[in-house]
Each structure stands twice: as structure tokens, then as C-alpha cells.
Design a protein. Structure first.
Length: 268
């Protein structure tokens, strides 16, 4: 048991790093980690993926809010990009969370892997992610992007328990924003996704009974992950601005590739 708690604590620290640097809120790390720990301890069985996604969403609420507050103090949040998307993302997140609760664990894992693969391929092949011409006045978001696009982001992200960074960061990059600002806003935009997902999974009527759980949310795993992530967020936020933009964007894609490989190795 101690080994698994140590594993969760270590990866909690890693989620703190990825939250600040990449706007993930922890989802891309916590989903495979919690799923792996549950599978290794023979807990939850077929519901392990649902518990992993639900726990990821709960951890993401705290991580994303903490990181967003830090980024706000650093003046990296642009109101014109955050608020138009936030409401539509919240609408999509509610629908996505309900849908995910009804989907089998195997299908959810396949969707998670496919989501990663499409994002990596798109960012590598289409111009505007790995390098952008930073603008004093970046391109504004269109009405279609802030409504239908926002709903789509919320739908996919909440359904897979991964926030929304993988869709919002490339979107903001292609408008001419540097990685530091794009990832900062991705954290704030992950909050409605994480809140909607947590509520739906915590109150899911089909949830299995289990000690230390609130619905599908594993409270013990979530607490240990946060014990590692929150102090890390405070430390890493101080060095974010020193990371070169090109290195920042390449590291973002490398992390996605690592997570995809881990998911495949775990039997996706």
C-alpha cells in the first residue's frame, strides 16, 4: 500500500509541473496513473477507468484554480479569450460528463488514446503550434469558435477527464499567443470542465459502493495527488516565464506522446 501511495505522491508532483507549464490541470497524468494503480491493486475492476477519470476531474478542479490564481497575479490571462469560451465549454462539459458515465471503460480508454493521437498529429502537421509569429494584438476568436467550438471542447474534455488544454492551447497558439499565455488560460478554461465532471461522477446513480469514495471519485487517491501537486504548482510558477517558447511547445507534444505510449502499454 505504501508503494502505491508513494507512486501517487510522485505523480502528484508531476501533475503540478504539467498544470503550470502546459495547462493540463493534471488530467493527462492522473488518468493513466490512477487507472494503473487501481488495476495493479485489483480494485474497481471494470470501473477502474471511470474512477480514474472521475478522480482526475476532482483533482483538476483544485489544480486548475490554484494555477489560474497564480497566472492571474502574473498578468497572463486575457479576458477577451477566456470569458467567451468559458460559458460554452461549461455547457459542453455537462453533456460530456453524463455521456462518459454511460460509456464502458474499454471504450473510454480507446477514446482517450484516439484523442491524444489526433491532437499530436494535428499539432505536428499543421502550422501554427510549434512556432508562431507572436503578435502585439493576436487574432480574436470568432463567434463560431466561442460557441460551437467551446461546446465541443467541453464535451470531449469532460467526457475523458482531461480538462481542455489539448484543444484550447493549439487554438490559442494559432491566434498568435505565446505558450506561457495559452497554457495559463487553458488552466482557467479547465475549471468549468472539471467542476461539471466532478459533480456528475460524484452523484452518478450507477456508481459502485466503495470505502473512501464519493461516487466514482477516489478521495484517498485524490488527496495524495493534491498533496504532491499544490506545493509544486507554487514552486514551478516562478520559473515558467524563463522557458523559451519553442522548447515549451515541443515539450508539450513530447508529454502527450509519453502519455499515449503509457496508455497503449497498459492495454488500451
Amino acid at each position: 500500500m505504501l508503494t502505491f501511495l508513494s507512486t501517487l505522491l510522485f505523480f502528484g508532483c508531476l501533475t503540478g509541473v504539467t498544470t503550470v507549464l502546459f495547462g493540463f490541470g493534471g488530467g493527462f497524468v492522473t488518468v493513466p496513473v490512477v487507472y494503473g494503480v487501481l488495476a495493479a491493486t485489483a480494485r474497481q475492476g471494470a470501473d477502474a477507468m471511470h474512477v480514474a477519470v472521475a478522480t482526475s476531474a476532482a483533482v483538476m478542479v483544485v489544480n486548475a484554480v490554484a494555477a489560474a490564481l497564480v497566472q492571474w497575479r502574473e498578468s497572463r490571462l486575457r479576458r477577451a479569450y477566456v470569458w467567451p469560451l468559458a460559458a460554452s465549454i461549461a455547457v459542453g462539459a455537462g453533456a460530456g460528463s453524463f455521456a462518459a458515465a454511460l460509456i464502458g471503460g474499454t471504450v473510454l480508454r480507446l477514446l482517450f488514446a484516439a484523442y491524444l493521437l489526433v491532437t499530436i498529429t494535428d499539432s505536428l502537421l499543421r502550422k501554427g503550434f510549434l512556432s508562431v509569429a507572436h503578435r502585439t494584438h493576436p487574432k480574436p476568436l470568432g463567434r463560431g469558435t466561442t460557441t460551437l467550438g467551446g461546446i465541443g471542447i467541453g464535451l470531449v474534455a469532460a467526457g475523458l477527464g482531461v480538462g481542455g488544454s489539448v484543444m484550447t492551447v493549439p487554438l490559442l497558439r494559432r491566434r498568435g499567443l505565446p505558450m506561457a499565455e495559452a497554457t495559463a488560460m487553458a488552466n482557467l478554461l479547465s475549471v468549468p470542465v472539471a467542476v461539471a465532471g466532478t459533480l456528475v461522477y460524484a452523484l452518478a446513480p450507477t456508481t459502485p459502493a466503495g470505502a473512501g469514495q464519493l461516487g466514482y471519485v477516489d478521495l484517498t487517491a485524490g488527496a495524495v495527488l493534491l498533496l504532491g501537486s499544490l506545493p509544486t504548482i507554487a514552486v514551478v510558477s516562478r520559473v515558467t516565464s524563463r522557458v523559451p517558447d519553442r522548447v515549451h511547445s515541443v515539450a508539450y507534444l513530447v508529454l502527450l506522446m509519453v502519455v499515449l505510449i503509457v496508455m497503449v502499454a497498459m492495454g488500451v
